[in-house]
Structures are given as structure tokens and as C-alpha cells.
Design a protein around this ligand. Structure first.
Ligand SMILES: C[S@@+](CC[C@H](N)C(=O)[O-])C[C@H]1O[C@@H](n2cnc3c(N)ncnc32)[C@H](O)[C@@H]1O
Length: 213
């Protein structure tokens, strides 16, 4: 695993975006949580919404491979920050350069993805990682698009979820403040859910359904 992380961090941009990664000790930071959940729960289907350079889809896909089981990461990102995800051949090469071939990328917003056959064909989403546009409204849309497909033993994670932060990712004319945490406050009122914040890096929130039987 350390060799894999060493190779991953050869791309300095994979050390950014608030997952508490650190090069010195080849430390995935919050990535250990993402990877660990995959090793524990052995998900077959993971959906990731949004990523700047693929840190989450890569770490989650690596977990599936290390489980020695089949499974895949469906990665939804319309490449609205820059053109990084627009060329499908380059996207494939990017993931392959880290030994990862089990990520299927859709160059779509969640709003567009829910109208596809790929969405209609989804029977179950064992792990859902939400890291797209960080407004309360979009986080809610992303959650509601997939929540019913997540089984009781599944997990839902929201990144950038623990407080407000000014973002200029979409250009200085499209500055906005993260409000995902406000949606977390709503989920925390739901007695059928367990909701736990991890206040490291930009923060991540783990949600699971409470088993009723
Ligand atoms: C910049 S990333 C967030 C950074 C992230 N913390 C990381 O670890 O890489 C946000 C991504 O969400 C995507 N995005 C924005 N709106 C979206 C939407 N409606 N549906 C899906 N993805 C969206 C953008 O294209 C962008 O790549």
C-alpha cells in the first residue's frame, strides 16, 4: 500500500483538496477512512459525485481491488472547474497510471446522470461519496438521487461538510460559500440516521441508516 501511495503522491495535486493527506509519512489522511470502509464493508458498487483530480475515486477503487473482489466506482463529474475530466482517453490513462481500471466516469452533472440508463440500471449503491457542488441544495439533490439505493449496511459520505467556506473554484465571478453543513444539520435531526462529522482537513461526514430489525 505504501508503494501505491508513494506513486499516488507523485502527482502533487492529489495532496490537495482537504483530505488531510501528507507526503512525509505517505499518509492518506481521511483517505484511510474511505479506504478502510471499503475494506470493511466490501462494497460492489460505489458512486462518487465530484472530484478535482480523483483522490476519492482512486482510493475507493484501490480498496475494491485490494478486496480481491469485483466491483466498481461510478464517478460522476461534469468537469466544471477546469477541463481535466473532459477527454475520456486521458481520464482512463490518469486512473491507469495508478493501476486503477475499475472506475467508470460520466461527464455529467448528477441532474443529468439521473436521466441515464446507467442510473436506471443501478440496483444498489453500497457506498456513496458526495463531493460535487457544495451548496446545501445540491448536496440534498445528490443525496436524494441515491439514498434509496443505499442498503442498511451501506455508507454515505459528504466532503467539505463541517462549516462555511468561501470558494473561488468556479472563478471569481462565481464565488460562493459552502453550505453542505446546513444539510448535515438537517440529517442530524433524522432519527433513522446516524451522522458523524470528522473535523480533519475540510471535514467529512459519515451517514448510516439505523437498522430497524
Ligand atoms: C472541485 S471538486 C471538490 C474538490 C474535492 N474536495 C476533491 O477532493 O477533489 C467539485 C467537483 O464537483 C463537480 N460538480 C459541480 N457541480 C456538479 C453537479 N451538479 N453534479 C456533479 N458534479 C458536480 C465539479 O465539476 C468539480 O469537479
Amino acid at each position: 500500500m505504501q508503494d501505491w501511495i508513494d506513486n499516488l503522491f507523485q502527482e502533487p495535486k492529489l495532496l490537495r483538496m482537504g483530505h488531510s493527506q501528507r507526503l512525509d509519512d505517505l499518509n492518506l489522511g481521511l483517505g484511510w477512512l474511505y479506504y478502510g470502509l471499503v475494506r470493511i464493508a466490501r462494497p460492489e458498487t460505489i458512486v462518487v459525485i465530484g472530484s478535482w483530480r480523483g483522490f476519492c475515486p482512486l482510493v475507493l477503487a484501490k480498496g475494491i481491488k485490494d478486496n480481491l473482489e469485483t466491483g466498481k466506482v461510478i464517478f460522476i463529474d461534469p468537469s466544471l472547474v477546469d477541463d481535466f475530466w473532459t477527454n475520456q482517453q486521458k481520464v482512463k490513462e490518469h486512473f491507469n497510471s495508478f493501476g486503477i481500471d475499475n472506475i467508470e466516469h460520466f461527464l455529467l452533472t448528477t441532474q443529468e446522470f439521473v436521466k441515464t440508463e446507467a442510473y436506471s440500471n443501478l440496483k444498489k449503491v453500497d457506498l456513496l461519496f458526495i463531493d460535487g457542488y457544495h451548496s446545501k441544495e445540491q448536496a440534498k439533490f445528490d443525496y436524494e438521487a441515491f439514498e434509496q439505493l443505499v442498503p442498511p449496511q451501506g455508507f454515505i459520505l459528504f466532503h467539505d461538510s463541517i462549516g462555511p467556506k468561501l470558494s473561488k473554484k468556479y472563478g471569481k465571478d462565481n464565488t460562493y460559500t459552502y453550505t453542505v453543513y446546513q444539510f448535515m444539520d438537517e440529517l442530524k435531526q433524522n432519527k433513522n440516521l446516524q451522522v458523524l462529522d470528522f473535523a480533519f482537513g475540510s471535514g467529512v461526514t459519515l451517514v448510516r441508516k439505523i437498522l430497524t430489525e
